[in-house]
Design a protein around this ligand. Structure first.
Ligand code: AN7
Length: 327
């Protein structure tokens, strides 16, 4: 099986021999060259860190393996999070694996249906909060203060410690730092985790964090977060914050699928959208693609080309198909 993230990076993580390792085979994700997109962006090397290949389909699993392992070690009775969907699914999966109950607070009506289905299947109690993500996170923090549940949002330092391993993998695989790390910016936990990794490695590689221009309304529901809880840490990390609008997110999301074969969820395309606009300096960029396209099938169904109806007849199929001559 894939080496668990906690084992691979044991010497760099706050674990001991007594820490139970709750793993689903997270981390060690592909780092893929994207030569066509590199040409389109005018950069020499573009590397895509395909975090969708984590067990629940997003990068959250890197932090969740550690947060849930530590919660179990510390004798927690339950874990709790607020989530736009991916943290929820990850918390539910690792809690199930650990034999702990998970309580998930979601902003009502603002979570992609597949993420909810995933979280429900994984046995979490899903509570739809009448309010936005910020309200749900506020309530989760208040409840966690009572000591009955361990908060596994990225405010939990173990989450960020786990998530920093994406940077360790990229630097190891490239044999050195890229010119910049580029990633989406929702709450900022991942930016903060990347900054922590760079500090520990003694690197001053720039981080470019890309947020939705309209945070409260973006169609990229994963990053529909009005008030990023790690804003101060993002500033302290000197991350460069850029904005992309929904049209740029959608066109990049489509390009990534059509030109590189990577079907991610829309929010995951935010970083690349800024790169394609030419706003990120450097010849060798590492761009993190955070979550899987199957997380949000409704938007793909709405925006992708519709199937054409044909009879089971080869001539009709040949006529209707968009087959191109081999080049
Ligand atoms: C695919 O699941 O906030 O800046 O509750 O799911 O570290 O918040 C998800 C965020 C990027 C933003 N890409 O990262 C949640 C949640 C995807 C995401 C982000 C999220 P942060």
């Amino acid at each position: 099986m894939t080496v668990p993230l906690i084992e691979r990076f044991r010497d760099r993580l706050p674990v001991s021999a007594a820490t139970p390792v709750v793993t689903l085979g997270e981390g060690s994700t592909p780092l893929l060259p994207a030569p066509r997109l590199a040409r389109a962006a005018g950069v020499r090397e573009l590397w895509l860190k395909w975090e969708a290949s984590n067990p629940t389909g997003s990068y959250k699993d890197r932090g969740m393996t550690l947060a849930v392992s530590k919660a179990l070690e510390e004798g927690a009775g339950a874990v709790l999070c607020a989530s736009t969907g991916n943290t929820a699914a990850s918390a539910a999966a690792y809690a199930a694996r650990a034999g702990l109950p998970a309580v998930v607070l979601t902003p009502q009506g603002a979570v992609a249906g597949a993420k909810l289905a995933q979280t429900r299947m994984l046995g979490a109690s899903v509570l739809e909060v009448r309010g936005d993500f910020d309200a749900a996170l506020g309530a989760a923090q208040e409840l966690a203060r009572r000591g009955t549940h361990v908060l596994v949002n990225s405010l939990n330092p173990y989450r960020r410690a786990g998530q920093k391993t994406a940077v360790l993998e990229i630097v190891e695989e490239l044999g050195g730092a890229p010119d910049a790390f580029v990633l989406p910016y929702g709450g900022g936990g991942n930016t903060s985790a990347y900054a922590q990794a760079l500090a520990e490695l003694g690197l001053d590689t720039p981080i470019v964090s890309v947020e939705a221009e309209n945070r409260r309304e973006t169609l990229a529901t994963a990053i529909r977060i009005g008030d990023p809880v790690h804003a101060a840490a993002v500033r302290a990390a000197h991350a460069r914050v850029l904005h992309v609008d929904d049209d740029e997110i959608v066109s990049t999301w489509r390009l990534l699928a059509a030109q590189e074969g990577l079907f991610c969820e829309p929010s995951s395309a935010a970083g690349l959208a800024a790169v394609l606009r030419g706003d990120v300096e450097g010849d060798r960029l590492a761009v993190t693609i955070t979550g899987h396209g199957l997380k949000d099938p409704a938007i793909a169904d709405r925006l992708a080309a519709t199937p054409v109806e044909v009879d089971p007849d080869p001539d009709a199929i040949a006529a209707a198909s968009a087959a191109r001559p081999a080049s």
